[in-house]
Design a protein around this ligand. Structure first.
Ligand code: UDP
Ligand code: MG
Length: 310
């Protein structure tokens, strides 16, 4: 098997047939042995039936039907676990990632690269808020992590077998695959493309899911927030110490009525309270991830699949 294509699917009934056709054309043109692995991530629409229909008609179609919605990163991970290709392509089902770009990804890989990711020159048809938060997030993350995670890059990419094997050795449950792949190293490069509009349907990435992905990326690849807490602790303590001196001074060396200090009391109380809660929250984000890793629950459960279990 030369190429396995992994396609996470969440409510994509309007895109599956077109995606299948375009992917198949690309693979036939490449003249490779390939499999298309559709991972149904608990879709509420007709997606799984369409996928199963394709699987019944075409040898090349494999599917993994997860027991519920586990999220995009986990769906891709499920595909990675089952893929047998020497190279693996990860691609969205909504045709925002043009299948034809696989020609270039694969060609670059033949030059000896282990990872060729697709970098977005432009993104069409997405809200200002999404573009803005994505831009901001990628830049914050790259400024606070020592791992060189490429900016403006999703999971659309081709990766080699040895990268896949490395990924399988990384057991964290809150996955941030593009960070993990950057961490793995070997030879990596990219090709640029213009991200299309979603073909049909609507995004499965709610702001809530995006926020979780962002926090997973940050907590898995940076301790900066924790260090920030320490820094805030020192900074705030310095202010507090100063305020203590001021308070004593006012009480013992001036004849100001100390009860008048209501405003400064409230300001101090709110300020320290806020800083403490933020700090607890940051630490909590890290601890909750330790917690999920310690539980060692399986990453996902499979309801049905036409891939033989080894
Ligand atoms: N997806 C998924 N599980 C989810 C949400 C999305 O498997 O919980 C899939 C979705 O079907 C698509 C890909 O992940 O193939 C990217 O999702 P989407 O296009 O909704 O995100 P966006 O492009 O808007 O960021
Ligand atoms: Mg999309």
């Amino acid at each position: 098997m030369d190429i396995s294509v992994i396609i996470p699917v969440y409510n994509e009934e309007l895109n599956i047939d077109l995606l299948f056709n375009r992917l198949t054309n690309v693979m036939l043109a490449l003249g490779v042995k390939y499999e298309l692995i559709f991972v149904n991530d608990g879709s509420k629409d007709n997606s799984i039936h369409l996928v199963k229909k394709l699987a019944a008609q075409h040898q090349t179609v494999r599917y993994i039907d997860l027991s519920r919605n586990f999220g995009h990163q986990v769906a891709v991970s499920a595909g990675i676990d089952k893929a047998i290709g020497n190279a693996i392509v990860i691609i969205d089902a909504d045709l925002q990632d043009p299948p034809e770009l696989i020609h270039q990804l694969y060609a670059k890989m033949q030059e000896g690269y282990d990872v060729v990711y697709a970098k977005r020159n432009s993104r069409k048809g997405e809200s200002f808020l999404k573009l803005f938060t994505a831009r901001l997030f990628y830049r914050i993350l790259s400024s606070i992590t020592s791992v060189n995670i490429p900016v403006d890059t999703g999971d659309f990419r081709i990766i080699s077998r040895r990268v896949v094997e490395a990924l399988k050795q990384m057991p964290e449950t809150n996955k941030y695959l593009r960070g993990q792949i950057a961490w793995i190293g070997y030879e990596q490069t990219y090709v640029s493309y213009n991200r299309e509009e979603r073909n049909a349907g609507k995004t499965g990435y709610t702001y809530r899911k995006m926020f979780k992905l962002a926090l997973d990326g940050i907590t898995a690849f940076s301790n900066f927030p924790i260090k920030l807490v320490t820094f805030m602790g020192f900074f705030v303590s310095a202010i507090a110490f100063f305020m203590i001196l001021v308070s004593f001074y006012i009480k013992y060396f001036t004849d100001l009525n100390t009860v008048q200090g209501w405003t400064s009391l409230m300001v101090g109380l709110m300020f320290f309270g806020g800083v403490q809660l933020i700090s607890l929250g940051i630490i909590g984000e890290y601890i909750s991830r330790i917690n999920t890793d310690v539980r060692k629950r399986p990453l996902y459960l499979v309801k049905e699949s036409n891939i033989e279990q080894e």
